[in-house]
Ligand binder design. Sequence first.
Ligand SMILES: Cc1cc2nc3c(=O)[nH]c(=O)nc-3n(C[C@H](O)[C@H](O)[C@H](O)COP(=O)(O)OP(=O)(O)OC[C@H]3O[C@@H](n4cnc5c(N)ncnc54)[C@H](O)[C@@H]3O)c2cc1C
Length: 373
Amino acid sequence: LEVCILQERPWITINGALMNSIHRGFILLATFSLQAAEKKFSWAIIGAGHAGITSISVLLENGILENEIVWIDPEFNVGRLGKYYGNVPSNLKVHRYTNFLNRCSFFQTINSTAIEAIKNYNQQEEPRLQLIIDALQDITNYLRSRVTTYIDNVHSISAKEGGNSWDIKLDQNPHINADKVILAIGSRPKKMAYTTSEIPLDLALDENILKSMISAEDTIMVIGSAHSAILILKYLSEIPVKKIINVYSKQPTYGELGGLEGITAYWAKEVLEKNPPHNLIRIKYHEGVIENYLQECTKIIYAFGYERNSFTVNNSNELSIDGETGIIEPHLYGIGFAFPEYHINEAGLAIPLIGVNSFMKYAQQRVPLWIKD
Ligand SMILES: Cc1cc2nc3c(=O)[nH]c(=O)nc-3n(C[C@H](O)[C@H](O)[C@H](O)COP(=O)(O)OP(=O)(O)OC[C@H]3O[C@@H](n4cnc5c(N)ncnc54)[C@H](O)[C@@H]3O)c2cc1C
């Protein structure tokens, strides 16, 4: 039921039929509908990982009003980082998180002990990720007190007729309408369909959980060659385990742009490359290699990459983004792990730029353009 009080004579429409009814000198224009009223916003941000948090903060920094924004996430607990990676050692030294927090003028308006803790921490240390998660959770809580939020999952979105706004269908709540939508929906670990007992990557990245999931009799295959895989090899080399088989596709590289950093880089350089554990064998990937070695394995960990979370957009699951502008479709934009910016390295490889500072730089470059779009 929608009721609008307009002028001094009442009209009521019931399923489109116009009825005349005088009531206290006002015109009532009412439309009865079985569907609940659709809520309308200028901006919808889908996802509350650090890309979603950054997007909203940069929108506010650029003058968008709090009541123009709706934010949707099933949990609001800092995305994958907050849910699984608190005990993972950070790739970055603390000063890079301080830099991230100082970069956005909106963050300066938030009173948070977790933000202060980062600024007062030893800036040269590589902490556990819980340090930055706590600050991002405080920012989330503050943002949630200012903008409209829905604890829900987006089922699909579709452009409304005329293409001037988006209809957002939620699992539990009525539809929402927004002029512009930012997808900050993150990614999930890729998998293969082998029947060997799997230790999910998100759990394997926490050394305490990993320890609790294996025994000294296990032979474990780890598929992958980048940060997650190397970190897991380090953990496994420190636990009693029969054998570790690493199927890799490239040798470690080091440094800020897509290479290993932090203690993972240190371990790869000093241990893996110079003095690898006696129970670790590394095999370069080629067809059939996984099947060959899997016969002796009791557990498998897929650590070879992530794939974008998704839902249907205009009835399609295929999304492509213009890397320069961040535009997916008119008035639909992408950011974060699901839509990273790429750096092309000397070998011509495209390296995704993921991490707090990359997302902030990306948002501060593109959001002002999206506002004008
Ligand atoms: C081992 C490891 C170590 C890392 N170390 C660091 C580090 O030291 N420093 C650093 O800065 N980064 C680090 N990263 C990178 C960082 O974890 C990711 O870049 C970051 O978590 C991605 O944030 P995001 O917001 O894009 O996605 P996510 O954190 O995945 O958040 C996406 C959000 O969208 C929501 N969502 C998805 N689909 C829907 C839907 N249909 N409806 C509503 N909501 C939806 C999800 O619930 C989730 O909350 C590391 C990553 C890994 C794997």
